[in-house]
Design a protein around this ligand. Structure first.
Ligand code: SF4
Ligand code: SF4
Length: 171
């Protein structure tokens, strides 16, 4: 992957202030409920915001190879990366469609998913649940591998859409 970019600005995005679960000793909130300090965009207590707010960076902020259109408020998808010990993988990605699972099917998200799978990243698609309730998550490497290997865009999109439909109906 390309070199990381350490301080890509959030701009008008404030998606994580609403759509992420935060559970720290100093601050906690459920996913799907806006933080009481969120100004959408901006933070009403920016200078004294919590530690987690100072340290959290979604994947778009630090992965320079992701396009501008992947900014979470533009794409409808928050991407996060973490190391993994899953056999055959060093890195894991989660692409969370926080409002509408169909966002996973819209440009540029399919290209990003295909690129991750081609680079042997364990790739999960995910959707949010109702506020405070769990969502659903599924790895898509196996079902998309053949389409990525053959570089068949129609096959890829059909398999991705099937994965998104399954995600929508997952408990
Ligand atoms: S989701 Fe990412 S880009 Fe958006 S406000 Fe949070 S850290 Fe910034
Ligand atoms: S305190 Fe500010 S940065 Fe932290 S979640 Fe709330 S609005 Fe966002």
């Amino acid at each position: 992957m390309a070199e990381p970019l350490l301080e890509r600005p959030c701009g008008d995005c404030s998606v994580c202030c609403t759509h992420m679960t935060i559970d720290t000793p100093s601050f906690a909130k459920v996913a799907g409920v806006a933080c009481e300090h969120c100004l959408s965009p901006g933070c009403g207590i920016y200078e004294t915001r919590y530690d987690i707010c100072r340290t959290y960076r979604c994947g778009w902020k630090h992965a320079a190879w992701l396009p501008e259109a992947m900014r979470p408020d533009r794409s409808g998808v928050v991407i996060d990366f973490r190391e993994t010990e899953a056999p055959g993988y060093k890195l894991e990605a989660r692409l969370l469609a926080y409002a509408d699972p169909a966002a996973l099917e819209r440009h540029p998200v399919p290209d990003v998913i295909a690129g991750l799978i081609a680079q042997q990243v364990l790739t999960h698609i995910a959707r949010s649940g109702p506020p405070g309730a769990p969502g659903a998550k599924a790895a898509v490497n196996a079902q998309l591998a053949e389409a990525v290997r053959t570089r068949d865009p129609d096959l890829f999109l059909a398999a991705l859409k099937a994965g998104v439909r399954a995600l929508e109906t997952a408990p």
